[in-house]
Design a protein around this ligand. Structure first.
Ligand code: SF4
Length: 459
């Protein structure tokens, strides 16, 4: 048993090995929190003697860790289930066992076990600790003593994924809270992930100290809304300051923030703490106050622009990215134009744009989805075109600059080159035979192609 988390089973606990030889494969859909959860799931199963395989074709168990944020994401999983079932039918075997975890499990529950696309196991986001027991009965073919569906929220905010499994882009993910107390009208997360529940700061610190002990230098703190973190008197600014003091840790990133919780003292702290990377992903969703109100986002466009201006004053080299929804119910041409104006005003490094997708049971489902599909499509194209133009201007202006960046992984092209990432989240491809993953280098920017820069190592 690893020594840093006394009551959490993490790899090699010496539990009775009843499932030796059973191979499992986890497929992850959706956000980084699911990536972290998939590692936790793998940790629980490895701890009980299951073997992890990368190839689904040789797996006895396939677990799909799913996302419900958009209909498209759910359709992808349903079609994947159909595909696995077809292979199973052709083989004439009861395996692989198919399990659905994550937000779809929580949203659809037992329905997922019924009909031609029925799966064998459904495990919601707060039930991963039960997964090995639920699975054991299914894989050995014995009568299952427990329900095949485990959903519903309970306090599992102490869930820890073994950091030994892998870093993501050179960064170890650390979930610091789960759930969300905001009730944005379009969002299914409060239903699927439940209310916000924080991980104990002591546990977070031990998790990160362990990451440093095994050679990690960078962490990405995760949560639906990390900026709302609160443990007694400790808020997110305080948490960042305490993590900043961990010896050997070099960089701290975090995802995702809510504009309402981006208080000046938090931005001051980010600007002061040199290990905290100056990149803010702050979803605005719309630039129209009328739409923001209908979305229940609790800020205005002016407030958002003011906080961006404040951050630029106090956080050196800060960059911004954001999420946008186009075609929200009732969005007029004027509302949409206000959104494009915000894109132009902020000059984001990157924006993630989505057509409004109605989710069953959320408050916005009561509003008429009245923006025609063709208009949504055209608005999506227009906002992306506006961003492309803006970004080209920003990126052109970066040529000739020198940036410090961390080597993340080998680049796919050109051969022998590396992908590096700056603190403010810009990607640079540079060739240098002397580099290795984790090295910090100074790169001189020579060009760019959309969001990727090219450079040469200057030192
Ligand atoms: S802040 Fe809003 S959009 Fe984000 S997870 Fe919470 S409810 Fe959903």
């Amino acid at each position: 048993m690893t020594d840093f988390l006394p009551d959490i089973p993490v790899l090699s606990s010496g539990e009775p090995d009843t499932t030796a030889g059973v191979r499992f494969h986890v497929e992850t859909y959706g956000c980084q929190m699911n990536v972290y959860d998939s590692q936790a799931i793998a940790g629980f199963l490895l701890d009980r003697g299951y073997r992890r395989v990368g190839d689904p074709d040789v797996a006895d168990v396939i677990l799909l860790n799913t996302c419900s944020v958009r209909d498209h994401a759910e359709q992808k999983v349903l079609s994947r289930i159909g595909e696995i079932r077809r292979v199973r039918d052709v083989r004439g075997l009861p395996q692989p066992v198919i399990g659905v975890c994550g937000c779809m499990a929580e949203r659809m529950g037992e329905d997922l076990t019924r009909g031609p696309r029925g799966v064998d196991l459904v495990v919601g986001v707060d039930r991963y600790r039960d997964l090995p027991d639920l699975l054991a009965a299914l894989v050995d073919g014995s009568e299952t003593p427990v329900s095949r569906t485990a959903t519903g929220h309970r306090d599992d905010s102490r869930l820890v994924a073994p950091p030994e499994l892998y870093p993501v882009n050179n960064s170890h993910l650390v979930t610091i809270h789960t759930g969300c107390d905001y009730k944005c009208t379009y969002c299914i997360v409060p239903a699927t992930r439940g209310p916000q529940r924080e991980k104990d700061p002591e546990l977070i610190a031990r998790e990160i100290e362990h990451i440093v002990r095994i050679g990690g230098r960078e962490v990405t703190l995760l949560g639906q809304n990390v900026t709302a973190y609160r443990w007694g008197d400790l808020d997110f600014a305080g948490l960042l300051a305490s993590i900043h003091g961990i010896d050997g840790l070099e960089r701290i990133r975090f995802l995702t923030g809510h504009p309402c919780d981006m208080h000046p003292h938090l931005m001051d702290g980010i600007g002061r703490l040199d290990k905290v990377c100056p990149w803010l992903h702050l979803p605005i969703q719309s630039g129209s106050d009328r739409v923001l109100k209908r979305m229940k986002r609790h800020y205005t466009r002016r407030q958002y622009l003011d906080l961006v201006a404040y951050a630029r004053r106090v956080i050196p080299e800060v960059t911004f990215s954001s999420d946008f929804i186009v075609g929200f119910p009732g969005e007029t041409e004027a509302d949409f134009n206000a959104t494009v104006e915000v894109v132009e005003a902020v000059q984001f490094d990157q924006i993630f744009t989505f057509k409004y997708s109605e989710r069953p049971g959320v408050p916005a489902a009561k509003l008429a989805d009245d923006v025609p599909a063709a208009v949504k499509k055209q608005r999506l194209a227009a906002i992306m075109a506006a961003q492309e133009k803006i970004w080209k201007r920003i990126a052109d202006g970066c040529v000739g600059q020198r940036w410090r960046a961390v080597v993340e992984k080998p680049a796919r092209r050109p051969q022998g080159s590396w992908m590096l990432r700056t603190g403010n989240n810009r990607k640079v491809i540079a060739a240098s035979p002397g580099l290795a993953v984790g090295d910090v280098a100074t790169v001189e920017i020579t060009g760019h192609q959309y969001t990727t820069f090219f450079g040469s190592v200057a030192e």
